[in-house]
Design a protein around this ligand. Structure first.
Ligand code: SF4
Length: 305
C-alpha cells in the first residue's frame, strides 16, 4: 500500500448503524445482542435522518453492524433487505458502507458486494473446543462455517476485514493456527485487507466470567502475527481496549498500523468508549507516530471497485 512509511498509523472516521441487535446466537461474551423479537429494527427513515446529521462531519465509513436473524426464519428476507437498503442509502448519500452482519449465504454476500466497498467477519478462533464453552449456543461460530465465509469473500473478490478475539479460552497455538488459516486464504485470493487483534474485554452484559485479555501480552501476539501474515495485510488493534498508553505504543512498535473505525460508540464493546481523534494524536505524536485517516477500502483494492 502507498502508506508504507514506518511512522504512519491509520484509522477510519466511522459511524456504526445497527439494523438490529437481535441475534439467534448466544455467545457468552457478547455485550451486543438481544433475544429475537426483543428490540425494534432500525428503519431506513431513521437511518436517513442520522446520516443527514453526519454529512459535513468528516465521517466516511458507515459500518453496518448487525445481529443475525436465523437463516431459516421467515423474517430473514426482510432482515437482509433492510441491510441492503441501509447500504444503498449510505452510498447514495456519499458515504462508504462496510457491512459485518455475521454469516451470509453466497447469494446474500454476492448481492451485498454491490453496495459495499468492503465487508468483514471476525474469524475469532478456529479451535472447535470453544463450541463446548463460549460458543455452545452459537451455531454461527462453527469454525468451518466462518472459514467458508472468508473463502466466499475471496471467490467474490470482496476486500475483507477479519480478526481474532483473544482470551476466550483458546491457547497460544490456537492463535497461530487461526492466523495461518487467514494467511493461507489470503495467498489464494489476495482479498484480506486487515486483521483485527481484539483483546477480550469484559462488559456489563456478558455472562462469560473471565479475566480481560492481558494487554501487556498484546505486543508479543502482534509481533508473531506480523511474522505469520503476509506483509500486505495490515494489523489493527482497537485502542479503546488497550487502556495503557505505553502499551498502545508498544503495540505499534510490535507492528500494528491501524486503529480501526473511530466513532461516537463502540457497539461491540459499549463499556469501552472510543478514544477520539484528538486524544489519540496527543498519545501518538510525541512518540513520533502520525495519525492519518483512511477509507474503509484499502488503497490496493480501490482500482478494482
Ligand atoms: S457475538 Fe455476534 S454472533 Fe455472538 S451473540 Fe453476539 S451478536 Fe450474536
Amino acid at each position: 500500500m502507498s502508506l508504507s512509511r514506518q511512522n504512519i498509523v491509520t484509522y477510519s472516521p466511522a459511524y456504526t448503524l445497527v439494523p438490529t441487535y437481535e441475534c439467534f446466537n448466544r455467545c457468552t461474551y457478547c455485550n451486543f445482542r438481544t433475544d429475537p423479537g426483543k428490540s425494534p429494527w432500525l428503519t431506513v427513515a431513521e437511518a436517513k435522518s442520522i446520516l443527514q446529521q453526519l454529512q459535513n462531519q468528516n465521517v466516511c465509513e458507515i459500518l453496518i453492524l448487525s445481529g443475525e436473524v436465523h437463516p431459516l426464519s421467515s423474517r430473514r428476507e426482510a432482515w437482509f433487505q433492510l441491510i441492503y437498503d441501509l447500504c444503498a442509502l449510505a452510498l447514495s448519500m456519499g458515504f462508504l458502507p462496510h457491512t459485518n452482519a455475521g454469516i451470509l449465504s453466497f447469494a446474500e454476500m454476492e448481492k451485498l458486494k454491490n453496495v459495499n466497498v468492503s465487508m468483514g467477519l471476525m474469524l475469532e478462533q478456529l479451535t472447535p473446543k470453544l463450541l463446548n464453552t463460549v460458543h455452545r449456543h452459537a451455531p454461527s461460530k462453527l469454525p468451518e462455517v466462518r472459514l467458508q465465509q472468508l473463502q466466499w469473500a475471496g471467490e467474490l473478490q470482496i476486500p475483507f476485514t477479519t480478526g481474532l478475539l483473544l482470551g476466550i479460552g483458546e491457547t497460544e497455538d490456537d492463535w497461530w493456527q487461526t492466523l495461518a488459516a487467514i494467511s493461507d486464504l489470503h495467498q489464494r485470493y489476495h482479498h484480506i485487507q486487515e486483521v483485527i487483534l481484539q483483546p477480550h474485554s469484559p462488559g456489563s452484559q456478558q455472562t462469560f466470567d473471565a479475566e480481560p485479555f492481558n494487554p501487556h501480552q498484546l505486543p508479543e501476539v502482534i509481533a508473531k502475527a506480523r511474522e505469520i501474515l503476509p506483509a500486505d495485510i495490515t494489523i489493527q488493534i482497537p485502542p479503546n481496549l488497550v487502556k495503557d498508553e505505553n502499551w498502545l505504543l508498544a503495540c505499534l512498535d510490535a507492528g500494528a498500523r491501524d486503529l480501526g473505525g473511530i466513532g461516537p460508540k463502540d457497539e461491540v464493546n459499549p463499556d469501552y468508549p472510543h478514544l477520539q481523534e484528538q486524544r489519540l494524536r496527543k498519545i501518538l505524536h510525541p512518540a513520533g507516530w502520525e495519525l492519518v485517516p483512511r477509507l474503509p477500502v484499502y488503497p490496493q483494492f480501490q482500482r478494482n471497485r
